[in-house]
Design a protein around this ligand. Structure first.
Ligand SMILES: *Cc1c(COP(=O)(O)O)cnc(C)c1O
Length: 292
């Protein structure tokens, strides 16, 4: 894995630092490249099994890693109409040879937070939430620490959370304060994930978002924020996590030179989100015309 650069960028008149983990790898989403780093070391795997949504970045990343090693990847999901015309992560994962099975066939609990390895078959919890994820996240922590030392900084670290795995292990390996916002569920959900994953690790600081955003739902103000981000920074962010992240930072007035934002990749998932936003905007435009 090569080092990802840290750059100073400006948004909404404030300057902050951005760690470009989205540039880590041409196909692997930054966050998943870190969390699934352990897989590249692990030998004797014949099949990878995991479960989750049909749009997930983890699903795509696992399909890529399985293909790279020439082993099968079996994914358990609620099979829905998006399968008729696959796009984004789903399309790419199927092209990588991913095999789908109905979610009910996943043989373990949905809430497991550890790997299960039986007869060459490796079962990975949803979103790669397992203790082994810390191997790659420790490398990320080391890169941040080296940068901070070299530049004499004591940054506040920020990254939006799904399962919270990345934020928890970053805080475990860094003395700098790690801030996060829950994008899936609420603070209670995040703290539960953390207790289960590593009860003795110090927990990150949880910021509440300006309002309750449901994961994967469309919010025009978030789409607008994402477009503004792209225009002002020149960087494409992800549409599921990053807009909630920046809305939260602006709300708490934390966007400044002491902040290091981790860009966790996930751009491939944008295709389906942009399509949904465009459809929504078209619909609004039509009703407006109708009203005139
Ligand atoms: C998976 C993912 C996350 C969430 O990571 P967690 O470790 O589950 O909190 C955030 N951003 C992107 C782009 C992701 O792909």
């Amino acid at each position: 894995m090569r080092l990802s650069p840290i750059r100073r960028v400006s948004f909404a008149g404030r300057s902050f630092f951005l760690k470009r983990d989205d540039l880590l790898h041409p196909y692997l989403s930054g966050n998943k490249a870190r969390k699934l780093h352990f897989l590249r070391q692990k030998s004797n795997i014949e099949e990878i099994h995991s479960f989750g949504s049909l749009h997930s970045n983890a699903m795509y990343s696992l399909s890529f890693l399985a293909k790279e090693r020439g082993i099968s990847f079996i994914y358990y999901a609620r099979l829905d109409p998006s399968l008729k015309e696959p796009k984004g992560n789903l399309k790419a994962a199927l092209e990588n040879g991913m095999l789908l099975r109905p979610l009910e066939e996943w043989p373990y609990g949905k809430g497991i937070s550890h790997l299960i390895f039986i007869d060459g078959r490796l079962y990975i919890p949803e979103g790669g939430r397992c203790p082994q994820a810390q191997e790659g996240i420790a490398i990320l922590a080391k890169e941040i620490l080296d940068w901070a030392k070299k530049n004499r900084k004591t940054p506040k670290i920020f990254l939006p959370s799904g399962t919270g795995t990345t934020a928890l292990f970053l805080q475990k390996y860094l003395l700098f304060r790690v801030y996060t916002v829950p994008c899936v569920g609420d603070e209670e959900y995040l703290r539960k994930q953390w207790r289960e994953l590593d009860p003795s690790a110090p927990q990150p600081t949880v910021l509440f978002p300006p309002k309750k955003y449901r994961f994967g739902r469309l919010y025009l103000e978030l789409f607008e924020l994402w477009r503004e981000l792209k225009e002002q920074t020149g960087v494409t962010f992800d549409l599921l996590y990053d807009p909630v992240g920046f809305a939260t930072l602006l709300h708490h007035d934390l966007l400044d030179e002491d902040l290091l934002y981790i860009h966790q990749g996930g751009i491939m998932g944008n295709e389906t989100m942009i399509e949904r936003y465009k459809a929504k905007l078209d619909k609004i435009a039509k009703t407006k015309k109708g009203a005139v």
